[in-house]
Design a binder for this molecule. Sequence first.
Ligand SMILES: Cc1cc2nc3c(=O)[nH]c(=O)nc-3n(C[C@H](O)[C@H](O)[C@H](O)COP(=O)(O)OP(=O)(O)OC[C@H]3O[C@@H](n4cnc5c(N)ncnc54)[C@H](O)[C@@H]3O)c2cc1C
Length: 401
Amino acid sequence: MPCRASAPHIVIVGAGPAGSSAATFLAQQGARVTLLERGHFPRDKTCGDGCTPRTLWMLERLGLGSLANTDGTPVDSVHAVSPGGVVWDAAIPARLFGGKASIIPREVLDERLAHRAVQAGATLREGVRVVGLEREGDVLRLRCLAGESLLADVVLGCDGSPSVIRGALGVPDFPAHGSAFAIRAYYENVRLSHPRSLGFFWDEALLPAYGWIFPLPGGRANVGLGMRADQLAATSARLPELLERFCASPHVAAELAGGQRLGRPKGHHLPFGSSARHTTFDQALLLGDAAGFVNPLTGEGIEFALESGAFAAEAVAEAVNAGDLSARGLGGYARRWRTRFRTAFRLNRRLMWAFERPWLLDRVFRTACRDERTRDELIDVISGEATRLSWRFLASVALGR
Ligand SMILES: Cc1cc2nc3c(=O)[nH]c(=O)nc-3n(C[C@H](O)[C@H](O)[C@H](O)COP(=O)(O)OP(=O)(O)OC[C@H]3O[C@@H](n4cnc5c(N)ncnc54)[C@H](O)[C@@H]3O)c2cc1C
């Protein structure tokens, strides 16, 4: 499919991390970019607000490196409790992008990212909800709720989950075993025992769900829990009820003692698992949650959303230069995300099985407490950086050494 003589118009639907990242990188290359967002900034997004070391590295690449300290709570370690109460604390190794993470409220993060895209030269239009996408000759027409429509040479679907663009491109919904639901609540006046740690908790009574406590600036905390959709459907409990039980469990209740909950907890869908043919189309790409780029073990997706934005920008530039905006011309996108994400997703998908077995988790944690190299590998897994487990790790856990 040839692209037209004038500079192609790239329309990005959704100004979350994926959309704003893609818009920034594309605008920096001089592309004509319109970023459509149904909400108005600052707007909330249901999330744990946890920014991994790789997320911070991506923010640096986007020119927002200072956010981690100015608007977030810097963290440099992990505090984790196994179902049997085995506690392990470990510093995030410096080899993981300097060993620094941060908890940045999405209300702040997403607004800064969108403004960064505007600064780079993208046109941001807030309050525009896209409701449909149709092909019209060699362009794509986006229909918006208010009756307006826009023409695009390339559309990037960055509208999270559920995604209107994904549906319009004919991609099926994520199956229940390939998605999760998670819920989070904010607390104030908390005095956490580990205020510079990402806190992860596996409670035997709540498995296969796992929960987190992440420290936020000003004595606040983000507290939440997630579970695979098919497993949740198989229990009689609802997510809000599970969150109450999580907050009342001994380790978590001790952390939250004296704190007060702010507002009502909010839940959202988390899709994971993708294939190249479900992300790359003639004149269109899917990014971030719309593509299913979420770590299946932890539910973490901001870094994948940001990085998919960079990959999409590179692939679109290649396709424009080659004058071929077909799925084939845009093929560099799938090549890039598969090289970077696929093995980590596959490993973490397999590890879900292990993380649902209390005796095995207890054993892994006990080994991690004793052995620094096992600890480091476990942190790689939790932060989404591991692509395989070493034989040494497996042997140490198997032998309980
Ligand atoms: C409870 C919970 C906790 C989580 N915790 C973490 C965590 O701690 N760390 C982490 O890394 N990840 C976490 N995640 C995952 C993370 O929130 C997502 O992976 C991430 O937000 C994906 O970014 P995105 O840009 O693809 O989509 P989104 O952030 O969902 O952004 C999509 C954007 O598109 C807009 N939009 C949607 N539809 C339309 C439309 N039709 N027209 C125009 N605009 C539209 C939306 O308003 C939104 O701004 C969590 C998720 C949940 C549910």
